[in-house]
Design a protein around this ligand. Structure first.
Ligand code: PHE
Length: 446
């Protein structure tokens, strides 16, 4: 069967940026950066992106583009006789399914907050009332199931329409709107609030003493998550690239887009928070409790909160699309099924897998596994284990195993020097850093 293809190189860059830009950029990055005191942490994070994120992203795009296959097929294609490597691809597909199963739950929360702000019913101006509301909402099992269903169905409907008419088109509409909304809110904030202080906080790296223990490892883990690495999304999107499209240039654009939006989100959030003197709460608190009330107080308008949540919803949606596409590509390639049947199958299975997460703060809140709710357990297991391991194996595979001539031709353009730099970093620097993260997470080193 004929595989889908992006309409041009920008289609690929836009969709991959859509995958990378998500809740990680708008919710998690601002919170961890604030936690570690700003500028110095940003510098560490930038190093992690340069030494781990970008090299693995190049490796994933290469694997996809060269093989024109899903993750399992890609590893098989480049190492025909191996029985081990296709399993690495299989792990990536599984990872994508697991992440999507709970990502739609969080996206559902965002959808609910869009609705609340549109009808003018965002909970209270006091932090406590908002926190109360959020806990009650997350514990309302029937409502959670409803939103989980709506979000999964929405993502399925887009992927169902195919690469150009579904995935690419959705990104072409949603990404520019996201950027516009972000720029609009930021411009507003610069004039009215502490824009200058927010910038200094982000970009003057003098506060190394404020870096908390584990800062480097946290920065590294986040680089994986935010760039959608280690679970086959970028690889799968790469498999729909045109043979002539450049890998180096595309990867650099995606990384810059991801960084740019993360910084804009930080700027917006800090500028408002600093002018309100609020403490930044972590976890779901930042997005669903502190921010809505603060934005409303700062701008005096419900519409600003609605715009903000719509922006977050778009970011989450374009990431969720890429996760479903990984599983769909796998089914289409492996069993030669049509896209429509594959979307229905993958979507239904992932929907069912997500039910325990949707109920984890409601009906299942008493059922803890190792002291964690199902939702927390899945997130912990995937972010701390599966993504870094997947990334490490991908780096080793492209660095040492898939050592073929085609790679040089493909990756040398347009900057041959960068090719050699990338190869050496991918072989000798990236794996060591990732092993350090894994050792840290497992408690082998403290
Ligand atoms: N990169 C997305 C974010 O920052 C999350 C994600 C991870 C999306 C893995 C797809 C795959 O929120």
């Amino acid at each position: 069967m004929k595989r889908g293809q992006w309409s041009n190189q920008w289609g690929f860059i836009l969709a991959s940026s859509g995958s990378a830009v998500g809740l990680g950029n708008i919710w998690k990055f601002p919170y961890i950066t604030h936690h570690h005191g700003g500028g110095a942490f940003v510098l560490v994070y930038l190093l992690c992106v340069a030494l781990v994120g970008l090299p693995i992203m190049l490796a994933e795009i290469y694997l996809g583009k060269r093989s024109q296959k899903n993750p399992v097929g890609a590893f098989r294609f480049l190492k025909q006789e191996s029985r081990f490597w296709p399993w690495v691809g299989g792990m990536a597909v599984l990872c994508a399914a697991i992440i999507l199963s709970y990502y739609t739950v969080v996206a559902g929360w965002v959808l609910h907050y869009v609705w609340l702000s549109l009808k003018g019913g965002l909970p209270g101006t006091g932090g406590e009332e908002a926190a109360h509301y959020f806990t009650a909402f997350a514990g309302d099992s029937a409502l959670q199931l409803f939103y989980h269903t709506v979000m999964t169905a929405g993502v399925m409907a887009i992927v169902y329409r195919g690469i150009q008419r579904g995935v690419e088109k959705a990104n072409k509409i949603l990404m520019p709107l996201l950027i516009l909304a972000l720029l609009f809110l930021s411009a507003y904030v610069t004039m009215e609030h502490e824009g200058g202080r927010a910038l200094r906080f982000l970009f003057s790296p003098e506060n190394f003493s404020q870096l908390k223990g584990g800062a480097i490892l946290e920065a590294l883990g986040h680089a994986f998550f935010t760039l959608s690495l280690g679970m086959g999304a970028i690889l799968t999107y790469g498999s729909y690239m045109d043979r002539k499209a450049g890998v180096m240039k595309s990867a650099i654009c995606i990384v810059f887009a991801d960084l740019g939006i993360a910084f804009l989100a930080c700027f917006l959030i800090y500028a408002i928070l600093f002018s309100q003197g609020e403490e930044v709460a972590g976890g779901p608190g930042l997005l669903f409790v502190t921010l809505p009330t603060v934005i409303e107080q700062a701008t005096g308008s419900q519409l600003a909160s609605a715009l903000f949540f719509v922006l977050v919803l778009f970011a989450a949606l374009t990431s969720a699309i890429s996760l479903l596409e990984v599983v769909v590509a796998f089914i289409v390639d492996t069993f030669s099924w049509g896209r429509k049947g594959s979307v229905l199958l993958a979507g239904t299975v992932i929907f069912l897998m997500g039910i325990p997460s949707a109920l984890s703060m409601g009906w299942l809140s008493d059922h803890l596994i190792w002291g964690k709710t199902v939702f927390d357990l899945l997130d912990h297991f995937v972010s701390n284990w599966l993504l870094p391991i997947g990334g490490l194996l991908t780096a080793l595979f492209v660095g040492f195993v898939a050592n073929e001539k085609g790679m040089e031709e493909e990756m040398k353009q347009p900057w041959p020097m960068l090719y050699f730099l990338w190869r050496s970093v991918l072989r000798y620097v990236t794996p060591v850093l990732v092993v350090l993260v894994i050792a840290k997470t497992t408690g082998l080193i403290i």
